[in-house]
Design a protein around this ligand. Structure first.
Ligand SMILES: *Cc1c(COP(=O)(O)O)cnc(C)c1O
Length: 368
């Protein structure tokens, strides 16, 4: 692999394939897979990832917003796309682009029926979302009769699936709560299917649910973070491969005397004769100021170089006093060996946040 000459995010499709197959190996052969590609496929490259997963015969894709689904359709993606959190203002566009809405309360259900009817749709696929304890989005258990009456009253839409979302599937201390969510959802699904003459797809688990709750796989599973190489635990991180590697270069090296300061607000003071390197990546690229002042680090020639002082908009300075290196050398912010999940922990956050934060300014390079 050529060394980085600027800040780049490398995306490894072989790693994606490995993760897809690993997660698939946890499922029964006929369980469907929905791949979550919201937020630029967790900060990587939604079009590339969606097209690749389509070639791997993924059953469904999901995005958060209608605009994300439109971008995939514009790029020629034909797999069914579930929009997890649409707003009524975009329903006409959603229908025009054959995107499938999650309907999570009476207001959006009624708004969607109205627009689907106006647009002369029949049996337009929709996904009914239930709240079973996350208390974020979703109908309540006692809304089933209302939803059924609405569905029976229109031929414009049809429930392609029923789903819910687990609140703490990665946390085995919350097993009792998760099991109550699973039981609750199964009860809702049973009640639903008693009152309607077709069988919607049932889906409940995210990545950690795939791993920890096989009894909850149902007809389909939804996976996001696992595809991108993180399993929300040390053991599972070993079974998965991070697909994204964030690299940069050393722009300049400074040798400073004891007592000199580095960066804005003079936040770092040298404790002796020290060597610093300036790297062209900053908070506008997604390296939050939280990582400054010794919390975060980069890796240069296999050694950790702590970020010193405040993170600037387009730059960080790191301490390389203990590292043999030169201007132009490659820098790894995170990747396969230097894990984003560990770097995230240094600033009290999680893999999800650091990988999705990498801004669109950073060039994406796809390794096939
Ligand atoms: C983002 C999201 C997922 C994916 O969760 P992972 O933990 O990344 O696997 C699944 N379902 C819903 C409803 C989501 O919003």
């Amino acid at each position: 692999m050529p060394k980085a000459k600027e800040t780049v995010l490398e995306i490894d499709l072989k790693a994606l394939k490995h993760n897809f197959e690993y997660l698939k190996s946890k499922l029964k052969p006929n369980t469907k897979i929905l791949a979550v590609v919201k937020a630029f496929a967790y900060g990587s490259d939604a079009v590339t990832i969606a097209n690749y997963l389509q070639d791997l015969d993924v059953d469904y894709l999901a995005v958060a917003y209608v605009s994300e689904g439109v971008a995939l359709r514009d790029a020629g993606v034909t797999t069914p796309i579930l929009v997890l959190h649409p707003q009524a203002v975009n329903f006409k566009t959603l229908i025009e682009r054959c995107l499938e809405p999650s309907l999570y309360n009476a207001k959006v259900l009624n708004a969607f029926i109205e627009i689907a009817t106006q647009e002369y749709q029949t049996n337009y696929p929709v996904h009914i979302k239930f709240n079973t304890g996350l208390n974020r989005l979703g109908f309540w258990e006692n809304d089933v009769d209302y939803i059924i009456s609405k569905l029976k009253n229109t031929s414009s839409i049809k429930a392609a699936s029923l789903f819910s979302h687990l609140a703490a599937s990665e946390d085995l201390k919350e097993k009792d709560f998760t099991e109550s969510q699973i039981i609750n959802f199964k009860k809702i699904a049973e009640q639903f299917s008693k009152s309607i003459d077709y069988q919607p797809i049932l889906h409940l688990t995210n990545t950690s649910g795939i791993i920890n709750y096989p009894e909850a796989h149902l007809d389909m599973v939804r996976t996001g973070i696992g595809l991108y190489g993180f399993g929300n635990s040390k053991e599972e991180n070993h079974n998965l491969i991070p697909i994204a590697t964030l690299k940069s270069v050393i722009s300049q090296i400074h040798k400073i005397e004891k007592g000199e300061t580095v960066g804005y607000n003079r936040a770092y003071t040298s404790k002796g004769y020290e060597k610093t390197a300036t790297i062209p990546i900053g908070h506008a690229d997604g390296i939050s100021r939280q990582y400054g002042n010794g919390k975060g680090y980069v890796v240069i020639n296999n050694k950790k170089a702590p970020i010193i002082g405040n993170v600037c908009m387009d730059m960080i300075m790191v301490n390389i006093s203990h590292i043999e290196c030169h201007e132009g050398d490659e820098v790894v912010v995170f990747g396969k060996a230097s894990n984003a999940s560990e770097l995230a922990q240094s600033a009290n956050t999680i893999s999800y946040e650091i990988i999705t934060a990498i801004s669109q300014r950073v060039k994406r390079i796809v390794l096939k």
